[in-house]
Design a protein around this ligand. Structure first.
Ligand code: F6P
Length: 345
């Protein structure tokens, strides 16, 4: 078969591992041929490609980013966009297309599938908020980076008797915040799922001083909301093609509130894109490889319109449309676990 591949949306450690696994199994076991579209759906729209073979996908397993590069191009917003894509996909004489991406990228996969394109999806987002899969690759790496940052911030925060706020990624779901927060032993953990209660934040910070530990660490997801501010905090007015604002600033705003209300010196750091950069963890390389292998098997089984997912420890598949229908948010059990580690009111 002749198969196209693309990576769309924000990049994520493990994308190259998926590409490598799919190409290797495809060539070595099915005698497939591959073509890589550059910069996500933009490459399909403009018919810009690169060869994907055993040589071009060798030595990339441990590399962060994506050799195919990425973009947030939204075909739905481009006049005649789908027609151009269909023409280019036909010109490339493809039997199938494998799209690696989160909900935005997969929303285009769904539209192309409706128009008869045989698409298979692979779930990608460090936010880990795609429904239908227990884990997206890239999440483990992001959490490891954030946890290391929280660990490192402990010594300097304690030396200066400060409060340190750490802003992590997580637009609509607080998976990185709760996981790195629990793993790093943060005193306060704040996620987009629950509006921030400033009185409670102050109470938890002060409780640290009361037990004689004269410092506190607060982890907050970029998408968390302050009660006195409308909506999420953003930088600038710009939105991407899918309508998402650039989230940033909750850490700084929160640290100002904490300093004002407690009198303790409070600093903030925003880990930002550091969480998406660099080499994937062994867990992510393994998961990405399993997804790549499963994606090429789905193609050969003719199961189009499906997304490979992890359920428990088993790789299986679900309709792409189901995966993007709703965001997978952090459950009450995790928030209860956080509460059980904190002094009660
Ligand atoms: O979609 C994942 C994500 O990392 C979000 O957590 C974050 O808000 C966004 O991407 C940032 O994307 P960009 O690279 O466009 O700034």
């Amino acid at each position: 078969m002749r198969i196209g591949m693309l990576t769309g949306g924000g990049d994520c450690p493990g994308l190259n591992a998926v590409i490598r696994a799919a190409v290797r199994k495809g060539i070595l076991h099915y005698n497939d041929e591959f073509v890589g579209f550059l910069e996500g759906w933009k490459g399909v729209l403009e018919n810009r490609t690169m060869p994907l073979d055993l040589k071009t996908t060798s030595g990339i397993l441990q590399l962060g980013g994506t050799i195919l590069r990425s973009s947030r191009t939204n075909i739905k917003k481009i006049e005649g966009g789908f027609e151009k894509c269909l023409k280019n996909l036909q010109e490339q004489k493809l039997d199938a297309l494998i799209a690696l991406g989160g909900d935005d990228t997969q929303s285009i996969s769904v539209e192309l599938a409706k128009r008869g394109i045989p698409v298979v999806g692979v779930p990608k987002t460090i936010d880990n908020d795609l429904s239908g899969t227990d884990v997206c690759f890239g999440f483990d790496t992001a959490v490891s980076i954030a946890t290391e940052a929280v660990d490192r911030l402990h010594s300097t925060t304690e030396s200066h008797s400060r409060v340190q706020v750490v802003e992590v990624m997580g637009r609509d779901a607080g998976w990185i915040a709760v996981t790195a927060g629990i793993a790093g032993g943060a005193d306060v953990i704040l996620a987009p799922e629950k509006e921030i209660d400033l009185d409670d934040v102050v109470r938890l910070v002060k409780a640290r001083w009361e037990i004689g530990k004269r410092f506190a660490i607060v982890v907050v997801a970029e998408g968390a909301r302050l009660p006195h501010v409308e909506g999420q905090l953003t930088v600038g007015e710009k939105k991407d093609a899918f309508g998402h604002a650039r989230l940033s600033g909750i850490g700084q705003a929160l640290s100002e509130e904490i300093e004002k209300r407690t009198g303790y010196e409070t600093r903030s750091v925003n880990l930002g894109h550091t969480q998406r950069g660099g080499t994937p963890t062994a867990y992510d390389r393994m998961l990405a490889t399993r997804y790549g292998v499963a994606a090429i098997d789905l193609v050969h089984a003719g199961k189009f319109g499906q997304l490979v997912v992890l359920k428990g420890n088993q790789i299986t598949d679900i309709p792409i449309a189901d995966a993007i229908a709703k965001t997978r948010t952090v459950g009450e059990d995790i928030f209860d676990a956080i509460k059980s580690l904190q002094p009660s009111k």
